[in-house]
Design a protein around this ligand. Sequence first.
Ligand SMILES: Nc1ncnc2c1ncn2[C@@H]1O[C@H](COP(=O)(O)OP(=O)(O)O)[C@@H](O)[C@H]1O
Ligand SMILES: [Mg+2]
Length: 382
Amino acid sequence: MVRETVFQGGSGSGDEPPRRPPGGSPPGGPPPGSPPPGQPFNPDDDQFDEALRPKHLEQVIGQAKVVERIQVMLDATRKRGDTLGHLLLDGPPGIGKTTLATVIPRELGVELQIAAGPALSAPKDLLPYLTNASPGSVLFIDEIHRLPAAVEEFLYPAMEDFRIDIALGDGLNARTINMQLKPFTVIGATTRAGMLTAPMRDRFVYREHLDFYEVEDLVEIIRRNAVKLRTTITDTAAFEIARRSQGTPRKANNLLLRTRDVATLRDDKGEITTEVAAEALEMLEIDTFGLERQDRRYLETLMDIFGGGPAGLQAIAHSMSVPPDTLEDDIEPFLLRSGLIQRTPRGRVATDAAYRHVGRTPPRTPGNADDSDDEPPQKKLF
Ligand SMILES: Nc1ncnc2c1ncn2[C@@H]1O[C@H](COP(=O)(O)OP(=O)(O)O)[C@@H](O)[C@H]1O
Ligand SMILES: [Mg+2]
């Protein structure tokens, strides 16, 4: 069992005076394994996701409404000298959930512990996180929809009353002891808000949904990260990468890194020119819509094998030899959002826009008609 205390709030940034946790410093300081504070950024590091991650709320680009509401939560919590209410963040992968979950404790100057739903298989796995939670600290539980029921139930009183009930012995000797915890905050992240049980969802005072980003926000993220990577990029190149990033910062960062590789080879100064970006995107087989090979394979499978649908997720997944969860988490959200597929009670359907996108004529079949023929394509991102 790994308990990962990531950093002590206030340290590690160097650009802001450290703030004290509201309840005083926890004894012992950060445990071994914490990254040294103020570690310089190494552009050749593999941990780009970490390196490019905003450290403070003001560096978080886009999601203006969400950021504004979080700012209010933080200011009010600080002003009251209180513990932040539990916060649930949901949205597709790579959209900034972990980023916000790490920014918030840093802003509050409190400790952060990170746990992942699938790794918490029994209440005892959660126990050290709860008992180690310092006053006002944040426990980030990623993929919280994948917590087993027993762990979830163990978490309820901890979230509600900062108390845990531990069952000791069994049979006639069975008894329950209660243990009081320090007030702390759970930040839960999920790609599937719909899979969360109602009692779990109800334990969160704050719930925020992160949606796909506008192209202008991604352009800004790419520009800033190019500076962090000590490379230069033309405006057109930044725009080209942004509009093909499926509204997702993580994809924008990955494309930036891949184009930078091409730039290193092609350009004397390693500048990401418009030509370099075009070459890289072509090499990566990212089309003008931002679809990757796997996305197009999904659409082609739906059209070729299932006649455009409706087709069940399991059936599509089976045909593609891809786990259904991967399709539902990584591939479908953007296709849905951009109006290329629709989810109907009978299964997934490829829309006319999808046919046109892969260069085919939309079939005028009854299977397609009731679901998509009469509807205008949904709002396109790009
Ligand atoms: N609002 C944002 N502003 C700037 N960069 C962002 C933003 N959201 C995400 N990123 C970048 O995208 C990467 C992936 O985001 P992350 O928070 O890990 O996504 P999630 O946890 O939702 O899968 C981060 O490392 C960060 O570099
Ligand atoms: Mg994450």
